[in-house]
Design a protein around this ligand. Structure first.
Ligand code: MF3
Ligand code: CO
Length: 261
């Protein structure tokens, strides 16, 4: 069942997403070589609780932390730890909050210091894929049009598109219907309707699309250990067009060929 949201509900979801965006933006400011991912996680949790919100990942299906932090070949669901981030790392930070009954969920991949040219291209093009997916979230389209838009960008550049994890509806719960794969056929899947709120989250790999889960039973890595980028926006489907609710930095702006990060 797909829960449609009223404008009032979307305004309240926006407040939750704003807390996520603010937290991501602050992490983008403080991240530097030598900081541990546990420090970033503690910082995020404090910032979230400062708003009177709750980190919604913590305890979700037993997930133990406020954030998921996935570095380089890690795709999603990495555990914060005493590992220090270092120059050249691609650090994906995924944050979810619940505030007054509504969920915000977004992710950014942050380049630390100077990253390799191929990492930079993967990062820019992942934001390009995210942007294409969000723009496809219009009334009259179907979920497959979003999926196809993301996959099309990845295919242009020969990147692997992770198939085992997908985007999702979001609102009162973190994971609602429908599922949003990052690959698919235009014109297929559920129709997009006014009031849908979606989390669109491409995961693109430099190499194979295949992934595996580490022994900690959470951390997802690329099978060939190639670099991976994960970025996630929330978007509301409205008659005037898609409204991107996530205002964290790092999305390619219309017409720009440079990642503002
Ligand atoms: N943002 C992710 C998602 O959309 C991560 C949630 S998994 C959790 O599914 F276990 F950490 F909550
Ligand atoms: Co999500």
């Amino acid at each position: 069942m797909i829960a449609l949201k009223s404008r009032k509900e979307i305004d309240r979801i926006q407040e939750s997403v704003d807390i996520v965006s603010d937290t991501l933006n602050k992490i983008i400011e403080i991240i530097e070589p030598g900081i541990t991912t546990a420090e970033l996680d503690r910082f995020a949790e404090k910032n979230i609780r400062g708003y009177g919100a709750k980190p919604v990942f913590k305890g979700y299906r037993g997930y133990p932390y406020a954030t998921c932090i996935s570095i380089n070949e890690e795709v999603v669901h990495g555990f914060p730890s005493e590992r220090q981030v270092k120059n050249g790392d691609l650090v994906s930070i995924d944050i979810g909050v619940k505030y007054q009954g509504f969920v915000g969920d977004s992710a950014r991949t942050i380049p630390v210091g100077e990253i390799s040219p191929e990492a930079r291209l993967l990062l820019m093009r992942s934001y390009q894929a995210l942007d294409a997916g969000c723009r496809a979230a219009t009334i009259g389209h179907r979920i497959g049009d979003i999926s196809h838009a993301v996959e099309h960008i990845a295919n242009l550049y020969g990147y692997g598109v992770v198939r085992d994890f997908v985007g999702h509806g979001v609102g009162r719960e973190l994971h609602e219907d429908p599922q949003i794969p990052n690959y698919g056929k235009p014109g297929k899947g559920p129709r997009l309707q006014e009031g849908m709120v979606l989390a669109i989250e491409p995961m693109l790999n430099l190499g194979t699309h295949e992934v595996e889960v580490l022994e900690d039973r959470w951390t997802v890595v690329t099978k060939d250990r190639s670099l991976s980028v994960h970025v996630e926006n929330m978007v509301a489907v409205l008659p005037e067009g898609p409204r991107v609710l996530t205002h964290a930095n790092g999305v390619i702006l219309p017409g720009a060929d440079e990642n503002p990060l």
